[in-house]
Design a protein around this ligand. Structure first.
Ligand code: FES
Length: 157
C-alpha cells in the first residue's frame, strides 16, 4: 500500500484500543506504566476509577508515575515529584494557587491553567485494561516530552 507511512503507523492505528494490563494487577499496584503505539503513558487506579495520561510531566518531563496522588479542592491530582506541579487525574488540568493582590488577607484559591497533560481513554473488557490514545490533532503541552521519549513502533516492513 503506497499510502501507508514508512514506519508502519497510521492515524487509524492510533485510534485502536491497546491492551496494557489486567484489572486484577492494577487493583494491587494502583498504577502501571505502558507504551501505546510508542507513547509512554501511565495508568492510575484511584478510588475505583482508571485514569490514563502521558507519563512525562508537561513542565519538564518529570516521571508522573512516581508522584503522590492528593485531593485538591475535591479533585484527585497527581503531584509531579520533580517540581510539585499538580495535575488533575480526570482532565489533565494544571492547578495553581492564586491570591488576589487587592485582597492580601484572602486565602489563596486553587485555579486551573487549563488542560496541560494529555489524557487518554481507558476501557476494561473481560478483566483486561485497554488504552486508546486521544486525538493528536488537538495539541497538548505534554506532547513535547511524549515525542521526545517516544519509543520506536514495531513495523512489519
Ligand atoms: Fe513536573 Fe517540573 S517536571 S513539575
Amino acid at each position: 500500500d503506497q499510502n501507508s507511512p514508512a514506519d508502519g503507523t497510521s492515524r487509524e492505528d492510533n485510534d485502536l484500543p491497546v491492551r496494557v494490563g489486567k484489572m486484577e494487577d492494577i487493583k494491587n499496584s494502583r498504577r502501571m506504566n505502558a507504551t501505546v503505539n510508542g507513547r509512554e503513558i501511565v495508568v492510575f487506579y484511584h478510588k475505583g476509577k482508571l485514569h490514563a495520561m502521558d507519563k512525562h510531566c508537561y513542565h519538564a518531563g518529570g516521571p508522573l508515575h512516581l508522584g503522590e496522588i492528593e485531593d485538591i479542592n475535591g479533585q484527585a491530582c497527581i503531584i509531579c515529584p520533580w517540581h510539585k506541579y499538580k495535575i488533575t487525574l480526570a482532565t489533565g488540568e494544571g492547578l495553581y494557587q492564586a491570591i488576589d493582590p487587592k485582597l492580601p488577607s484572602a486565602l489563596p484559591k486553587w485555579r486551573s491553567k487549563g488542560v496541560k497533560q494529555r489524557i487518554h481513554t481507558v476501557t476494561v473488557k473481560n478483566g483486561d485494561i485497554y488504552v486508546t490514545l486521544s486525538d493528536p490533532s488537538i495539541s497538548c503541552e505534554s506532547d513535547y516530552y511524549a515525542d521526545k521519549y517516544k519509543k520506536p513502533v514495531h513495523s512489519s516492513l
